[in-house]
Design a protein around this ligand. Structure first.
Ligand code: GRF
Length: 206
């Protein structure tokens, strides 16, 4: 049997997606294991979720910037991931734009989940953007991370309807439920080596 894929999760907030991934791995639904959880926010609940499961977790460090890390901090982050022998980096509500040297160190091995059907509504609070735009369908995208913001090759997408009377909260909840299913599913495909990237297209094989 091959060894489970070693995942490092990066997050800045509640970590419900991280929980779904840890849970799917623990249940054996995904042939992977979360070996480290790292956050740029000291009191982010994602760190507590890891602690409760006995999974190593750490604070990356304090950054002067809001949307990215200093070069030294990003280098430290790479060192932490390497130390844990991480093979796949999963961003789960990580609020910094990924830069070098992380991009280079884990080229093609970083994934993200975004709460919209990309390329619609990139950026922040995408469910609210979709609602305010008057869209009838929202959704979720899991994609590889490249140097852009929410622009990498798409692995999986799933729609979620926008219903009459929806508020930002009710829609966000519906989207979260889709996320918690879709992210582990995408990671399963990666762990089973079933993805082929052809230009911008990601094909699922077998
Ligand atoms: C999710 O909606 C995800 O799509 C976005 O950030 C949110 C994180 O939520 N990137 P959580 O911390 O996993 O609960």
């Amino acid at each position: 049997m091959t060894q489970p894929l070693r995942i490092g999760v990066l997050g800045s907030g509640s970590g419900s997606n991280c929980e779904a991934i840890m849970d799917a791995c623990a249940r054996g639904a995904v042939p992977a294991q979360v070996v480290v959880v790292l956050s740029d926010i000291a009191d982010a609940f994602i760190l507590e979720r890891a602690r409760r499961r006995g999974i190593p977790s750490a604070l990356i460090g304090q950054s002067r910037f809001k949307t990215k890390l200093e070069l030294e901090l990003e280098a430290h982050l790479v060192a932490l991931l390497r130390e844990a022998r991480v093979e796949l980096v999963a961003l789960a509500g990580y609020m910094r734009v990924v830069k070098q040297p992380l991009l280079e160190a884990f080229a093609g091995r970083i994934v993200n989940i975004h709460p919209s059907l990309l390329p619609s509504f990139p950026g922040l609070k995408s469910w609210e953007q979709a609602l305010n735009y008057g869209a009838k369908v929202a959704g979720v995208t899991v994609h590889f991370v490249n140097e852009g913001v929410d622009t990498g090759p798409i692995i999986l997408q799933e729609a979620a309807p926008i219903l009459p009377g929806d508020t930002a909260e009710s829609l966000h909840q519906r989207i979260h439920a889709v996320e918690h299913k879709l992210y582990p599913e995408a990671i399963r495909l990666i762990a089973e080596e079933r993805l082929r990237i052809v230009g911008r297209r990601v094909d699922v094989v077998r």
